[in-house]
Design a protein around this ligand. Structure first.
Ligand code: UD1
Ligand code: CA
Length: 472
């Protein structure tokens, strides 16, 4: 096998994005476009990848360095192209890094959805000897380079839209911007490029006619899926590719039996905070209602039901649990777990380190952070549990909170099994409520309580009989 050296063109400005961020760092499924392209290098088991940067070079290089560490083995290099004088000029900058024994695969940093199989087939078509172009037929080829063929159908060259005559513009087969070419041949052709054309640019596409003149076979590897070569130039195109990518992921899940209420209203994203890839692992008979966003690695056990409008990141939800609409679960790095048969939400919030046992109930406007709740514990309304250890069958009343932060340090609250905490209590940590104890509603508990005790810590009720209310 010929070694593969990837060249990624990423010097362009992306004016139409109207963004401060370099175009190749705009996100698709939560991750920069360029990371998706670097993934392709990893899938191809490339020997090296050279990113050609220009606009926003420092930012782009910094963003790649992190991605490459995550993705593995190829040698990652950068070259700068300043000024940007065309795609041929861009690739020329990388030539000093190319080794003659390799096949160069030219990719664009703004074309994120090319599949590994397609690139493998393109490399195979090149066979270490030929120039292989990835082509596609578009209903509206305006703006693209057209593939010129002779009467026998052999590829003769590429003409750019701006240089093309009327007959040539009628050709619907276009060059995708992706090619595989033996490096030793590429080097020679690039040296001979001129900028004598409508745009005054050095066109990489001019090497096709050079190959033909040199008697090097040119093969067009034609695909029908235009999405794989679609570039991002505007916010609208970015959103269109996002939807297409999400639909692809949704379909794959549905093929495994996951029931999505609407595959067009489903999102699974990578998590740049943790580096976790978007990954949704589902047991049998999982149901997901509309408009849910999953981020990072999420596991849904058998029969789990996720209501509409939930955001769930880095979490494990065990079999039979029901997550009602508008619930926000974000495990970040620590993760969040929901036990079998638990009921969560609507409008619940689980934060990092929330570990809920079987049959736990978390109701509306309840926040749980860095806390374990044992089997059967319930917090049904308007409550906060932070840095708490909650025992089995505890009932935690509406409006109650753990005061876990003294302004400098966090402290733990321990609520032992079978405790009943009334409504509107403040448990000032560190504090332990002994097993089976009861805390009267409205109490502020600052001292640990004995098992089985009733603890009340609030102003005594005063009632004045026949009270005359002030009158105007
Ligand atoms: C190029 C092809 C065209 C093809 C089209 C597919 C040439 C001359 N034309 O068009 O045949 O149909 O892609 O999308 O190659 N870039 C640089 N430096 C430069 C110029 C461009 O890094 O000096 C980068 C851009 O950032 C982009 C990629 O190269 O990632 C392609 O450039 P773009 O201007 O989008 O393509 P065209 O030249 O219009
Ligand atoms: Ca251009």
């Amino acid at each position: 096998m010929t070694p593969i050296d990837i060249l990624i063109m990423a010097a362009g400005k992306g004016t139409r994005m109207k963004s401060r961020l370099p175009k190749v760092l705009q996100r698709l499924a939560g991750r920069p476009l360029l990371h998706h392209v670097l993934d392709q290098a990893a899938h191809l088991q490339a020997r090296s990848a050279t990113v050609i940067t220009g606009h926003g070079a420092i930012e782009v290089e910094a963003a790649c360095a992190g991605a490459a560490r995550a993705d593995g083995s190829f040698d990652l290099k950068f070259v700068r192209q300043e000024p940007q004088l065309g795609t041929g000029h861009a690739v020329l900058q990388a030539v000093p890094h190319l080794r003659d024994d390799g096949t160069a695969v030219v990719l664009s940093g703004d074309v994120p959805l090319t599949q590994a199989d397609t690139l493998r087939a393109l490399v195979a078509a090149s066979g270490g000897e030929q120039l292989a172009l990835l082509t596609v037929t578009l209903p509206d080829p305006t703006g693209y380079g057209r593939i010129l063929r002779n009467a026998d159908g052999a590829v003769q060259g590429i003409v750019e839209h701006k240089d093309a005559n009327g007959t040539q513009r009628a050709i619907a087969e276009i060059y995708s911007g992706i090619m595989a070419v033996p490096a030793r041949l590429l080097r020679g052709w690039l040296a001979r490029l001129t900028n004598d054309n409508a745009q005054g640019e050095y066109y990489l596409t001019d090497i096709v006619a050079m190959a033909v003149a040199d008697g090097v076979p040119v093969v067009a590897y034609h695909i029908t899926d235009a999405l794989q070569v679609a570039g991002v130039n505007s916010p609208l195109q970015l959103a269109e590719l996002e939807r297409a990518h999400q639909l692809r992921q949704a379909r794959a899940l549905m093929e495994q039996g996951v029931r999505l209420a609407d595959p067009a209203r489903f999102d699974l994203r990578d998590d740049t905070r943790t580096g976790a890839r978007g990954e949704l692992l589902c047991g049998q008979d999982v149901e997901i209602d509309v408009n849910c966003v999953f981020t990072g690695r999420v596991e849904l056990g058998e029969g789990v039901s996720i209501g509409a409008h939930c955001c769930i990141a880095n979490a494990r939800i065990a079999a039979g649990a029901v997550v009602h609409p508008y619930t926000h679960i974000d495990g970040e790095k620590a993760g969040a777990t929901v036990g079998e048969g638990a009921l969560i939400g609507p409008f619940a919030r689980l934060r990092p380190g929330a570990q809920l046992g079987r049959e736990v109930h978390i109701g509306n406007f309840v926040e749980v952070k860095n806390s374990t709740m044992a089997d059967g514990a319930k917090a049904n309304h308007l409550a906060y549990l932070g840095d708490a250890t909650v025992g089995e069958r505890v009932n935690y009343g509406a409006g109650s909170i753990t005061a876990n932060y003294d302004g400098a340090n966090k402290h733990r609250t321990v609520i032992e099994a079978d405790v009943h905490v009334g409504s509107n209590c403040v448990l000032v940590a560190p504090v332990t409520i002994g097993a089976g104890g009861t805390v009267g509603g409205g109490s502020t508990i600052t001292k640990s309580t004995a098992p089985g005790a009733l603890s009340v810590a609030r102003g005594k009720q005063v009632s004045i009989a026949n009270w005359n209310r002030p009158k105007k």
